[in-house]
Design a protein around this ligand. Sequence first.
Ligand SMILES: [Zn+2]
Ligand SMILES: [Zn+2]
Length: 109
Amino acid sequence: MKPVLIKQTGADGLSITWDDHHISPLTFKLLRDECPCAECKGETVLLHSYQPQAQVHRPGRYELKSLQQVGSYAIQITWGDGHATGLYSWQYLRGLCACNECRMNKPSS
Ligand SMILES: [Zn+2]
Ligand SMILES: [Zn+2]
C-alpha cells in the first residue's frame, strides 16, 4: 500500500489518497502528536523528562514547513519549530487515518 497523492487541504491538515482509493484526512496536530521519532516516542518518556505542557506552546509546533518523500516507503516532515526527525512510513500514516470508516473498524478500547 502506498500513497498516490499527498496534498495539503488547508492551514491545518493534509489528505493522503492511497493506491486502493482510500482517502485519509490527517491534521498536522495529529501528525505531530504521533511523531514516530525516538525523541517524541522513546527514551525521553522513560527518563520522565517528557513535558507535553511545555511543548504545546512552542511556536510552530503544529505548522508544516516542508514535507519530503524518503525513499519509497516514508515521508519526512519538517515542523515550524525545527523538529524534523520523524519518519512517517506509509503503514504508520495509514494507521493514523481518522476517517469514519477506519474509526469504526478500529477496536473500541
Ligand atoms: Zn519527533
Ligand atoms: Zn481511513
